[in-house]
Design a protein around this ligand. Structure first.
Ligand SMILES: NC(=O)c1ccc[n+]([C@@H]2O[C@H](COP(=O)([O-])OP(=O)(O)OC[C@H]3O[C@@H](n4cnc5c(N)ncnc54)[C@H](O)[C@@H]3O)[C@@H](O)[C@H]2O)c1
Length: 355
């Protein structure tokens, strides 16, 4: 049974902890230690999950006998812990975006190859059953060659403004949101990015003291000719019905597919909260028939997939074989980052950019 440590146990790191704890209870892995540079976060999480806590991941990885690490530090801070852990021969699960530079991704891939460890990126959109069905239909040629498409992913403004104003200026709606769908579209259509034109605004968040893009519209042409426009923003009003709004459509020579991946049909209105819609398909905290807490959803499945991959490797499987599965690996992280980097270059230059 593989021993796992988590680095960065803030808001999303909690989902990693919930998933690995759940799998620990099922005897499929063992969550042994966590690390966070914030002492309060570290204390709270290590008490809650009953694991040893460290302020420094180097110290943790020197002292603890772990086989694998999962990393959920802020967007620009994935590279160092990945390189350090890979150097010690640990398998790695890293939150998206793998890195915010192409050089960083290449360095991470090389380090993991040199040390013969798995490098997996959390691209949970691949695990959404609606997306899997879209991918199957597209791959079976149901809509013919994809000619064009459209994606929107928008967060409520509290995400950059109140959740992580400290590091939002070092990220963007492209890094935080777009990266999910760059990977998803690339995975569905089986083609890498070719060139990009993007335009964006820095109005609202800048007026609130956060220097990052509010919204970016990017048209990405893929190698196979498909042209997909991505509208990415994180300034929806706090009163919007859900924390995220998202969807996609793809149109091919023989058909089309549309998917609203936010509003899955449940709508409530409570006096205090107002109107709300849910996407329980992503993350859901329920109770099993014995009353124990059970986490489910594609957001959990995508993390659990790392543990299943460790089991696969343990039984003699290879990382190369995993590259042909639903798991997002290092090369997928790199290709999504290449698109995001080209989007930012286009924003800065106002010109069409090669991916
Ligand atoms: N897969 C998803 O759906 C999803 C959703 C949200 C966020 N994320 C990703 O997860 C990552 C974390 O986002 P978040 O919302 O949890 O941010 P957060 O700010 O809530 O948490 C990040 C944590 O990392 C800690 N940290 C920073 N540097 C560290 C270091 N060197 N060593 C140890 N700990 C360190 C911080 O103290 C903080 O507790 C980001 O890359 C983000 O894009 C993924």
């Amino acid at each position: 049974m593989k021993k796992i440590a988590v680095i960065g146990v803030g808001r999303f790191g909690t989902n990693l902890l919930n998933t690995f704890s759940q799998l620990s209870r099922q005897g499929r892995c063992q969550l042994v230690a966590i690390c966070d540079i914030n002492p309060e976060t570290l204390k709270r999480q290590s008490e809650k999950y009953g694991v040893r806590g460290y302020l420094d991941y180097r110290e943790m990885l020197q002292k603890e006998k772990v086989d694998a690490v999962a990393i959920a530090t802020p967007d620009p801070f994935h590279r160092e812990p990945v390189l350090y852990a890979a150097g010690l021969g640990k398998h790695i699960f890293v939150e998206k975006p793998m890195d915010t530079t192409v050089e960083g991704c290449l360095e991470m891939i090389q380090a993991c190859e040199n040390n013969r460890v798995l490098l997996q990126v959390d691209f949970h959109k691949r695990f959404d059953p609606y997306h899997r069905e879209i991918a199957r239909n597209v791959r079976e040629g149901k809509i013919g060659r994809v000619e064009y498409g459209y994606v929107h992913m928008e967060d409520r403004i509290e995400v950059p403004w109140k959740w992580f104003p400290g590091w939002a200026p070092r990220s963007s709606p492209v890094w935080f949101l777009g990266i999910h769908f760059f990977d998803l579209i690339r995975w569905i259509i089986g083609s890498d990015g070719k060139r990009v034109y993007a335009t964006g605004k820095k109005w609202k968040l800048k007026s609130l003291g956060i220097d990052t893009y509010d919204a970016v519209s990017a048209m990405v042409e893929f190698q196979n000719g498909a042209a997909v426009t991505f509208d990415l923003s994180w300034i929806l009003p706090e009163k919007f019905e859900a924390i995220v709004n998202q969807g996609l459509r793809l149109v091919g020579e023989n058909g089309m597919i549309e998917c609203d991946t936010q509003d899955r049909g449940t709508r409530v209105c409570f006096e205090k909260e107002g109107v709300m819609t849910y996407n329980l398909g992503f993350l859901s905290e329920g109770r099993n028939k014995f009353g124990q807490i059970e986490y489910s959803g594609y957001g959990i499945e995508s993390i659990a997939d790392f543990v299943y991959n460790l089991e696969y490797l343990d039984k003699g499987g290879s990382v190369a074989e995993l590259a042909n599965t639903i798991s997002g690996l290092g090369r997928d992280g790199l290709e999504a980052t290449k698109i995001a980097v080209a989007v930012h270059r286009s924003l800065e230059t106002g010109q069409l950019q090669e991916v």
